[in-house]
Write a new protein. Structure first.
Length: 323
């Protein structure tokens, strides 16, 4: 830990508690809060953030940056003297270039990407549905997916006209896609994916207490959650999800790769949910198709667990039937 983190932590209000996602919550120091709506977190190495969920005040600091005006306000609200704030400002300037490089390597950036040629939202074809689009729409229905759930795309171009195209969005830009075959193609998915990307991050409402993270995009769309697009989670994905400032609940697929991913997310301090799915249900989308969205979400929330030992014990039983 750095001098800045140590000083802030030492001056936080005495009545506070830690959340499974790493936040320290207490009565906000920026307003007349009495419900522990202030939150402080250390993330991305030695970066820190403060967020008031009562009045909306936010501030943050990360290695390589000066201490901002809002961060100075926060420090004063913690009753840190101007003399000590000056010392912390000097400490911030002493941050090594290596620390800055390490943090920059975690924070991802995404460039614009083009969808397959002539791809358009499926709703654009509804007045006169092309014959080759019909199997794609029928496939969507088998997965419990509807046009209002997401902006699904399709193209009449050969090579992609038997695929459902799901754009990857970040800050309202298209930064990639995956195209799922609805036929007997050898490759089920053709994808353009940038490292560190988290699917459906932009669509997470601010008023939720937690974010549900799945492996695949269909899972995420089914419950309006996020997806890491596989079983491997990266430092960059962890950093992006923690910028939502809420508990992260991971729901693995019920297979060998899902079993491996549980240990990884525990290292990041995420909660894990392994619900009592009905027989034959492998993932979240299967559960939604079989049970409906509300029931699947209820089971996920009921099964979420933040204590690593309990998660590991649950995993031993949950994955035991995998061959």
């Amino acid at each position: 830990m750095s001098l800045i983190i140590d000083t802030i932590t030492a001056h936080l209000p005495g009545k506070r508690k830690s959340t499974p996602s790493g936040w320290i919550s207490f009565n906000a120091v920026c307003c007349d809060d009495k419900r522990h709506r202030g939150g402080f977190i250390v993330n991305g190495g030695n970066a820190v953030s403060y967020h008031c969920f009562n009045c909306g005040f936010k501030t943050s600091w990360q290695p390589g940056r000066h201490i901002s005006k809002n961060m100075r306000k926060f420090l004063r609200w913690l009753n840190i003297s101007d003399e000590n704030i000056a010392k912390l400002s000097l400490e911030a300037l002493k941050t090594t270039e290596q620390e800055s490089k390490e943090l920059r390597s975690i924070i991802p950036s995404f460039g614009d990407r083009a969808l397959p040629l002539d791809a358009q939202p499926i709703v654009n074809f509804l007045d006169d549905i092309p014959e080759k689009l019909i199997p794609v729409i029928e496939y969507m229905l088998t997965r419990g997916l509807y046009l209002e759930d997401y902006q699904f795309y399709w193209t009449p171009r050969t090579g992609f006209n038997n695929r459902l195209i799901i754009p990857f969005l970040y800050q309202e830009k298209i930064v990639g896609y995956t195209a799922r075959s609805v036929g007997a193609d050898k490759s089920k998915y053709l994808s353009e994916q940038q490292p560190g990307y988290v699917f459906n991050l932009d669509r997470q409402p601010q008023d939720r207490a937690f974010v549900i993270v799945c492996e695949g995009p269909f899972d995420a769309i089914s419950i309006d959650g996020c997806a890491i697009l596989g079983a491997e989670v990266t430092d960059s994905q962890d950093w992006l999800l923690k910028q939502l400032h809420r508990e992260i609940v991971f729901v693995p697929d019920r297979d060998r790769e899902g079993a491996k991913s549980v240990e990884r997310v525990l290292e990041y301090g995420w909660s894990v949910s392994m619900p009592e799915w009905p027989p034959g249900v492998k993932d979240v989308n299967d559960a939604v198709v079989k049970l409906g969205r509300v029931a699947a979400l209820w089971l996920i929330v009921q099964a979420k667990e933040s204590y690593a030992l309990k998660v590991r014990l649950r995993a031993m039983n949950w994955f035991k039937e995998i061959k």
